[in-house]
Design a protein around this ligand. Structure first.
Ligand code: BG6
Length: 455
């Protein structure tokens, strides 16, 4: 990256204010030393203190205990940023939460999920609640399914040892994708105040039942013998991964939000009012219209992409002989931030047939000169300003673990080997079958191309 002279001066000024103290996580003297050092800095006695814990989870407890006992500012504020993983399951996460809450108040704890700092993830609230057009169709009457995708085109690349302990569900699905699900599924918050927003997210999570094993496909990548470089190596070829590991590097899971907006599974009771009587018909046979939320994520896949996709229902009473595809609203988180709406239009010219096209808001062309900050830049700024909207509250975290813990425990007990998929592929075909089974229609007739690309 090229740095201008002005930027270089700013960086020099910034680095000149940095200092480094080394110590041990479990040694109170080290933290005393840190406190003395902080207090000796200009205004150090009065300054606010922000502690960012990007640490192995095993040392969270001793480090936070030591910070609270030895490093607190008595004049300024004290805040702690905690990086995931926040525990391994419901129980360990609860233990960590109780430990943190015995030392700090909730408004001092910032559990960071960097997906909440991404431009398009933050945009979801404005898109949904700042536009009249989406509100009336954002529910089970018009949405047939929601797909949340995270794909990476590379494997664990030397992080296998760390990754193996967690797997893709803990690494990406239980946090990044579930947070996006909350923003897609939640009701309108009372305001944009942090707690109003987080209250709504918790409500949604409370309506999601633990994910069922029959709604999940797990995969693990194997090397592509015809590939080049890293692609030739599978997950188990990574020397830091234990032999025969059953840790998934790919997962597709279907969740259902059991509330009035998204769940139509209950038998419908139809009331029929006639002049003399009210009849109730029990429609046991009516098909389910609950909306599946399909979460899929994986490493060593065919592309880099994070997006959310709402697929709408077919147009009732089709007059175009089945030539219309379903509308889809796609929010592309990365790369190439964009919002596009797949829709049908008349084929231009002398024809009268429907054709697929899109309404497109590609950021690179619409906001040419805007520099989008990195997710962490935004979130750390939020911590300085005391805004917790884009951070995970303890009750959100508890609910997130509640949804995935039974599945994770089952996987760990049964140790069923995940389905093998080739490095650089779309993942196991069983995942596509699952998506089809729950109602996702893939026409295969449309591919989004960056419409304003100059290349
Ligand atoms: C992290 C995961 O939280 O997110 C990584 O631990 C993953 O495994 C990363 O690669 C992806 O982040 P981004 O911002 O590159 O999409």
């Amino acid at each position: 990256m090229k740095i201008t002279d002005e930027e270089s001066d700013c960086l020099d000024a910034f680095f000149s204010k940095n200092s480094y103290i080394s110590g041990r996580y479990d040694d109170s003297n080290s933290f005393n030393k840190l406190h003395v050092h902080l207090s000796s800095l200009p205004d150090g006695g009065e300054a606010n203190r922000l502690f960012y814990l990007a640490l192995p989870p095993t040392v969270y407890q001793s480090v936070t205990t030591n910070i609270s006992a030895h490093c607190i500012s008595h004049k300024g504020w004290n805040r702690v940023i905690v990086e995931k993983p926040f525990g391994r399951d419901l129980q360990s996460s609860q233990e960590l939460s109780s430990h943190l809450s015995s030392l700090f108040k909730e408004d001092q704890i910032y559990r960071i999920d960097h997906y909440l700092g991404k431009e398009m993830v933050q945009n979801l609230m404005v898109l949904r609640f700042g536009n009249r057009i989406f509100g009336p169709i954002w529910n089970r009457n018009s949405v047939s399914c929601v797909v949340l995708t995270f794909k990476e085109p590379f494997g664990t690349q030397g992080r296998g040892g760390y990754f193996d302990d967690f797997g893709i569900i803990r690494d990406v699905m239980q946090n990044h994708l579930l947070q996006i699900l909350c923003l897609v599924a939640m009701e309108t918050p009372a305001s944009t105040n942090s707690n109003d927003v987080r209250d709504e997210k918790v409500k949604v999570l409370k309506c999601v039942a633990p994910v069922s094993g029959s709604d999940v496909v797990l995969g693990q990548y194997v090397g592509d013998l015809r590939g080049e470089g890293q692609a030739r190596f599978g997950y188990l070829d990574d020397p830091t991964v234990p032999d025969g590991s059953c840790t998934p590097t790919f997962a597709t899971a279907v969740l259902y939000v059991q509330n009035e907006r998204w769940d139509g599974e209950n038998n419908s009771l139809i009331f029929c009012f006639t002049y003399r009587e009210v009849r109730i018909f029990d429609f046991n046979t009516c098909s389910s219209i609950r909306v599946p939320f399909i979460l899929r994520c994986g490493k060593a896949l065919n592309e880099r992409k994070a997006e959310l996709r709402l697929q709408f229902t077919d147009v009732p009473g089709d007059i175009f002989g089945g030539r219309c595809q379903r509308n889809e609203l796609v929010v592309r988180v990365q790369p190439d931030e964009a919002i596009y709406l797949k829709m049908m239009t008349k084929r231009p010219g002398v024809y009268f047939s429907p054709e697929e096209t899109e309404l497109d808001l590609t950021y690179k062309s619409r906001y040419k000169n805007v520099k989008l900050p990195d997710a962490y830049e935004r979130l750390i700024l939020d911590v300085f300003s005391g805004n917790q909207m884009h951070f995970v509250r303890s009750d959100e975290l508890r609910e997130a673990w509640r949804i995935f813990t039974p599945l994770l425990h089952k996987m760990e007990q049964e140790k069923t080997p995940p389905i093998a998929y080739t490095y650089g592929s779309r993942g196991p075909t069983e995942a596509d079958d699952l998506m089809r089974r729950v109602g996702f229609h893939y026409g295969g007739t449309y591919k989004w191309v960056q419409p304003h690309s100059t290349i």
